[in-house]
Design a protein around this ligand. Structure first.
Ligand code: N01
Length: 545
């Protein structure tokens, strides 16, 4: 017999960066919180993505929480770009330091969340039948957490070992002496490939789309740098709040054509030397002007040709017809160098698509590749996948999947019309994956906490995004992205990697600082675009709009 639902004020789904901060903030304010987490520990994507080379592409000192000065003063990052074990260790430390685990029900993937109109509460149920009931549902389920399993005939019958980068075993995997195949050359594949190549007898890289890969220039963090960061955290966090990407760097001020060819090249060289996404701070028009973008592509093309000795392989690694940056660029050291190794082979599965897997072989029209191990780095059902994996039902038992049948609909990426008292942390059509995630998470959680506090003070039972406000936000998000080069690619930003998924850009590209100000203005204007009601399903008793 299943247990009765646990009563609380807020049900949170997920215990990664977003969920942990939501639990901390809301319990600190005195709310009773029950969180459901699929994994058996905290960490979210940093719990699951344990593949060799898994690492953050944002620098650690700002890819971290700002909410506690004691925390940021206590924690030392050992690398410029931390590897997965260190980030998971950090999140475990946060959970212990703030005593968060007692609110979390582990090993409990949510399968159903239903809003009851009479009581204005959400009933949330996990796969094993555990459930909770609370006025609010806050999803912290991750933008890139729902694994996409490619439809390759016979994949399940592969007779060797199969590993998914996004669900890697907890115990270390040894590839020594083995013939390994990696399918997928996105950020995960690009991080894993050099590490696997260094161990395996032979590595076959099955590449469907070449990516522009930026150098990380990872390095140990000097004690002086850590001390400088700690002394300047106030200013660093402030810069994050006021920048388009929620990062503490100055943006570009000039067009790529405000400078001479030599000056432009020098700018690219300098940023290439610094490493990481800083490359895109070169010029203002890299994401809006195809000609400006082409200058950056030309620079990276030259780099690929200079590093990769075999010109045919180099040609295969150069993206075609894809502006740089419009698909999320992987960041790594040694990726291109890896293709100079004798034990590494690049297979073009755009020209020769994988037709199936049989026994120990991956088969293409051109060859049969005999493998001991297969690594799948084939991506995620991004932005909406984790939310739709739960059967979320709002007013009138309407399904979120139905509401989103033409693509994600959301007001500010935070709330959905027809789904009262539901808040989506880094939800679709918020800056999410195009902003430094911890900063984006804190901004959303703080806004949600402010909204819940307002409702409690005013005695309001439910809040719901207005359909008109939602549609206006969807239109605004589409309008902003239409002025960029993003629509020139098929990427997971558009849902293009999921067969049948409607093409809609799932991220707000208007910039984090600008977005943050819009959220603040909405709250200051009495939550403009939202309806508050005293009793859902009955006549509106109260309204502040
Ligand atoms: O997934 P992806 P990912 N046959 O979708 C290929 C974040 N992340 O896990 O491009 C052959 O980018 C697919 O080919 P194509 C980051 O935001 C962050 O690598 O569809 N190939 C592609 O090459 C990132 O962008 C970090 O033609 C198939 C690859 O698989 C996001 O997660 C680290 C195929 C999938 O690439 C997703 O990255 C890692 C098939 N049937 C990831 N199906 C950090 O730094 C798919 N592919 C924190």
């Amino acid at each position: 017999m299943s247990e009765p639902p646990e009563a609380c004020d807020v049900v949170v789904v997920g215990a990664g960066f977003a969920g942990l901060y939501a639990i901390h903030r809301l319990t600190s304010l005195g709310y009773r919180v029950i969180a459901f987490e699929k994994g058996d520990d905290v960490g979210g994507v940093w719990y699951w993505n344990r593949y060799p080379g898994a690492r953050c592409d944002c620098e650690s000192y700002y890819y971290s929480y700002s909410f506690s000065n004691e925390l940021q003063q206590a924690w030392d990052w050992s690398l410029r770009y931390s590897e997965q074990p260190e980030i998971l260790g950090y999140l475990r430390h946060v959970a212990d330091r703030f005593d968060l685990k007692r609110h979390i029900r582990f090993g409990a993937p949510v399968t159903r969340a239903e809003f009851d109109e009479q009581s204005a509460t959400w009933r949330v149920t996990a796969a094993d039948g555990r459930s909770a009931e609370g006025q609010f549902l806050v999803t912290a389920a991750g933008c890139l957490s729902q694994i996409q399993r490619p439809d390759i005939p016979g994949l399940d019958t592969f007779e060797g070992r199969v590993f998914w980068t996004a669900a890697w075993p907890k115990e270390p995997v040894d590839f020594t002496g083995r013939r390994v195949g990696v399918i997928g050359t996105g950020a995960s594949g690009v991080q894993a490939i050099p590490r696997i190549a260094a161990q395996a007898r032979h590595l076959t890289v099955f590449q469907r789309t070449a990516n522009w890969v930026l150098p990380a220039r990872n390095a140990r963090t000097a004690a002086e740098f850590n001390a400088w960061v700690k002394a300047n955290y106030g200013e660093i966090r402030d810069k994050c709040l006021n920048s388009p990407g929620a990062v503490p760097f100055e943006g570009a001020t000039r067009s790529a054509f405000d400078v001479t060819d030599e000056e432009r090249r020098a700018v690219y060289e300098r940023l290439w030397g610094i490493g990481g996404m800083r490359f895109f701070s070169a010029f203002t028009d890299l994401f809006t002007n195809p000609a400006a973008n082409e200058t950056a592509q030309a620079f990276v093309r030259d780099h690929i040709r200079a590093v990769v000795r075999d010109p045919i392989v180099a040609g295969g690694l150069i993206p075609k017809d894809q502006p740089i940056g419009v698909k999320r660029p992987p960041v790594d050291d040694d990726y291109y160098e890896t293709f100079n190794r004798d034990n590494v082979e690049l297979v073009d599965v755009r020209a020769w698509p994988i037709t199936g897997v049989e026994g120990h072989s991956v088969i293409t029209p051109e060859a049969v590749h005999e493998l001991d191990d297969l690594v799948l780095a084939t991506g995620f059902d991004a932005m909406t996948g984790a939310l739709l994996a739960m059967d979320i039902r709002g007013r009138g038992r309407a399904r979120l999947a139905e509401h989103w049948s033409q693509g994600p609909q959301s007001y500010l990426g935070l709330a959905v019309a027809g789904f009262p008292n539901l808040f989506t942390i880094t939800g679709p059509l918020s800056p999410s994956v195009l902003a430094n995630m911890p900063t984006a998470v804190e901004q959303h959680v703080d806004w949600i906490a402010g909204c819940i506090g307002h409702m409690r003070r005013e005695g309001l039972r439910a809040i719901e995004a207005d359909e008109g406000a939602e549609q206006a936000w969807v239109d605004h998000a589409a309008e902003v992205v239409s002025h960029t080069l993003y629509p020139r690619s098929n990427s997971w930003y558009f849902g293009s990697n999921i067969p049948g998924k409607p093409r809609r850009f799932g991220v707000y590209v208007g910039g984090f600082s600008n977005y943050r100000k819009q959220c603040e203005a909405v709250a200051q204007r009495g939550y403009e675009g939202f309806r508050f009601v005293g009793g859902i399903g009955r006549e509106r008793a109260e309204s502040v709009d």
